[in-house]
Write a protein that binds this ligand. Structure first.
Ligand code: AP5
Ligand code: MG
Length: 191
């Protein structure tokens, strides 16, 4: 069993790459962003809390997201492995993530950093805004999300690097090019 964390700025292709790996190899994909947006649609208490944060591009409290992650693991056992897309996202979340996996005897393989320049993130997400209705895909909110990413999430790259667990992938180019690079780096073979 292999388990991966995908880290990268908004628009880096975390979701796109995770979906491809889930489809081709059977990985279980956890996107905390998708889970939160589901709660918003349901209008749950968590969804209402999210309404005030996610649409403006701010992070939800660590405690809330850590609990969401733990519940997801308990509800979704896997033999192939997990892809954690967008979690952990702060040093506090990274600490809890590592401790939880250890306790649950789930091996941790690598954190994969999808490296993308901010102007490409912005261009991709403005394009998505024309097709999908994500409230946080306006120019100002995307720029805010990029700042939140720099301030809160980038420090966890060091956390994984210090543990010898960080792989970096160039996230530019087409999704197919990016996916080929990812499979090379993770040594995943198409059969
Ligand atoms: P989340 O849903 O994780 O959003 P994000 O990190 O801002 O990233 P995106 O989903 O926009 O981008 P992505 O990297 O997945 O790229 P994608 O494949 O979609 O989080 C949203 C919010 O939820 C946060 O702001 C926060 O409020 C909350 N949240 C989530 N996790 C949290 C946590 N752990 N703690 C606290 N709060 C949390 O691709 C983007 C677009 O580009 C798509 O249209 C796609 O088709 C296109 N595309 C992808 N790859 C390529 C390519 N190679 N070339 C061209 N286009 C491409
Ligand atoms: Mg995503």
């Amino acid at each position: 069993m292999n388990n991966y964390v995908f880290i990268g700025p908004p628009g880096a292709g975390k979701g796109t790459m995770a979906k491809k790996m889930a489809e081709e190899f059977g990985y279980t994909h956890l996107s905390t962003g998708d889970l939160i947006r589901n709660e918003q649609q349901k209008g749950s208490a968590l969804g209402k809390l999210a309404d005030q944060l996610i649409d403006q591009g701010n992070l939800l409290p660590d405690k809330v997201v850590i609990e969401m992650f733990q519940n997801f693991i308990l509800d979704n056992p896997t033999k192939v492995g997990y892809i954690f897309d967008g979690f952990p996202r702060t040093p506090e979340q990274a600490k809890h993530f590592s401790a939880f996996l250890l306790k649950a005897r789930i091996p941790f393989t690598n954190a994969v950093y999808l490296d993308l320049p901010p102007h490409v993130s912005l261009a991709r997400l403005l394009k998505r805004a024309e097709i999908e209705d994500r409230k946080d895909d306006t120019k100002e909110t995307i720029q805010h999300r990029l700042r939140v990413y720099d301030a809160k999430t980038k420090p966890i790259l060091k956390f994984f690097h210090d543990r010898g667990k960080l792989l970096t992938i160039d996230a530019q180019g087409t999704p197919e090019e990016q996916y080929a690079r990812l499979k090379d780096a993770l040594e995943l073979k198409t059969v």
